[in-house]
Design a protein around this ligand. Structure first.
Ligand SMILES: NC(=O)c1ccc[n+]([C@@H]2O[C@H](COP(=O)([O-])OP(=O)(O)OC[C@H]3O[C@@H](n4cnc5c(N)ncnc54)[C@H](OP(=O)(O)O)[C@@H]3O)[C@@H](O)[C@H]2O)c1
Length: 249
């Protein structure tokens, strides 16, 4: 088991990619900390993890709230005494345009969750990750590199910034033996659009990709597990695409 005795914090673990990663890492021996806001969804993932093998620590928290962010790391250390892996996965999507009246509202909301929270939690977690020579995985998006749609400028900008933060943090923390990597998915069948109040069919998104398919969250979870494992000990500052060839089109 690749993650026996490892302690992993996953933000945004109540659904989608974070929930799939939590279940895979529990299966592989990890003690997992589930972080999100929706109590019902958290309880559901908690139950599934327990059925797989080990009950996770559940921390109901808003990652964009500074006190909550501190509590996530404090409660993890109180319970397990250490931290090996941080997955900054919590994220939100909104449609917006430079020319829309509500641009700054959605920009601030998205930046606070997708970027600022990841930066803050990275800084709070890093002293603990240095002790364990652990690693960080930031869940970005293919939209951080290629603007394919003209109606998600804040989301794309938040992910481009997260990519650069990943490289900067990787360089700084490499001196302490801590690896930092990003994963950039294309369309993945999750609750992200529903959570944004957008009615859409994931099957429509397959037309954006060369392979003409949408990924399942478990595919991204597999990549998270690889990058978080010792098999990736030589990988830092990288950004792994998992987008069904979307950028080829
Ligand atoms: N699905 C895709 O097509 C796709 C593509 C590229 C990148 N991504 C990225 O993948 C990551 C995971 O998204 P997903 O697709 O799995 O969507 P999802 O099913 O909506 O999951 C997002 C998670 O983030 C949590 N979250 C959102 N705001 C939060 C906050 N303020 N505090 C704490 N938790 C918060 C949500 O939980 P609560 O609502 O319970 O708080 C949920 O657990 C995101 O960073 C997203 O940008 C997704």
């Amino acid at each position: 088991m690749r993650f026996q005795d490892k302690v992993v914090v996953i933000t945004g673990a109540s659904s989608g990619i974070g929930a799939a990663a939590a279940k895979l890492l529990v299966k592989e021996g990890a003690s997992v900390v589930l972080v999100a806001r929706n109590q019902e969804k958290l309880a559901n993932v908690e139950k599934q993890c327990a059925a797989i093998g080990k009950s996770p620590l559940v921390i109901r928290a808003d990652v964009a709230n500074e006190k909550d962010a501190k509590r996530i790391i404090d409660e993890t250390i109180d319970k397990y005494g250490k931290l090996d892996i941080l997955v900054n996965n919590a994220g939100i999507f909104r449609f917006d345009l430079v020319l829309s009246d509500t641009l700054m509202k959605s920009f601030d909301e998205i930046m606070n969750v997708n970027l600022r929270a990841a930066v803050l939690i990275t800084s709070l977690a890093s002293p603990h990750l240095i002790k364990t020579k652990g690693n960080i995985i930031n869940i970005s998006s293919s939209l951080g590199q290629v603007i394919k749609m003209n109606n998600c400028i804040s989301y794309a900008t938040s992910k481009a910034a997260l990519d650069h933060f990943t490289r900067g943090a990787a360089l700084e923390l490499s001196a302490h033996g801590v690896r930092v990597n990003a994963i950039s998915p294309g369309p993945v069948r999750t609750d992200i659009m529903e959570n944004a109040g957008i009615a859409t069919s994931w099957d429509d998104s397959s037309t954006f990709t060369a392979l003409n398919r949408v990924s399942e969250p478990e595919e991204v979870a597999d990549l998270i597990a690889f990058l978080a494992s010792d098999a990736a000990k030589g990988i830092t500052g990288s950004n792994y695409a998992i987008e069904n060839g979307a950028s080829l089109k």
